[in-house]
Design a protein around this ligand. Sequence first.
Ligand SMILES: [Zn+2]
Length: 383
Amino acid sequence: MAKDPISSPPDSPESRRYNRIRRWLGITDFVVGFVFLIVLLATRWSDSLRDLAYRIGFQNYSLSLFVYIVLLLGISKLLGLSLDYYGFRLERRFKLSNQKFASWAWDEGKGFLVGLVMGTVVTELLYFTIRQWPQYWWILAWALFMGLFILLAQLAPVVLFPIFYKFEPLENEDLRRRLVLLSEHAGTRVRGVYRWKLSEKSKKANAALTGLGNTRRIILADTLLDNYTPEEIEAVLAHELGHHVHKHILKSIFVQAAITFIGFWAANFALHYAVDHHIFEELSDFANLPLLALVSVVLSFLLMPALNAYSRFNERQADRYAFESIASIDPFISSMNKLAEQNLAERTPSKWVEWFFHSHPAISRRLAAAETWSRTQHPTPQI
Ligand SMILES: [Zn+2]
């Protein structure tokens, strides 16, 4: 299946170690969250939190639900805090970041508040639909949820990301000209390219296509813009444009819609089961929120390999688009090599690690694909 990683040197022990620790960090974080939900339900701790929330929330349903969400997210944040801190230290230890503690703590605080606002909106809507339409709540909740999801996809580049990072329109005339040429070649238009000030938080390089409609834009990290040649940046731009041309964001929204539909159906099933078995008195008892979260966590876990495979398919498509759009494949190859080194990425992760965890194909595979493509385009002349 895999081609030999032709131009990839083996991974350094440092990169192996870094990626192994990060994986274990992710797994531990997942397990802690999972066990927390199970404990909340099994020990009836969730019921006590609900009763406490009602006392603080003046017995008012919506207010008490809000208090309950604050309690739940607060405890869960405290449980995960040491892991978050370890993750912060890890980036510094491997010289991938020089972010200061105060800046990290500030980001944590902001992240918690953003999560609280979004969690509150979603949960209040969820229980509103359960109370109003107990029979068909899940279909309605799904439609509302998707509406919010699309709104967020559109607003994220202008509202959400700027909470954590600074962005400014790309000033570089040469790069802008290259993008216009690429876009004309594609018969499409991306509304903007932004310089993403990632260097304040990380030494890693990154780029992405974000937004919907009039917020659609390509963001390029300053850590990339300042260290890569114009041809290499053009190769990265071409890849991001590939995502745009192949409508990957829109397709992902459809995939998300299908998965969420199954998720809400399963959540409804679980809630009815719990009420039928007198685990909860009624559907609208918000002490059952951990059960809903559990359904979502289990579903995400089960679907992760499939979603990552789908993402890798999209990445290969964007890569192929880049190969076809740039004059030479060499800058694509050198940009990949630079990225691997700068981000301490594993070029050749083990097969199961790639299968389960990676949203992007391994760099060795991307390089091999580039070289294969180049050979088929420019066969060695036969004399
Ligand atoms: Zn991509």
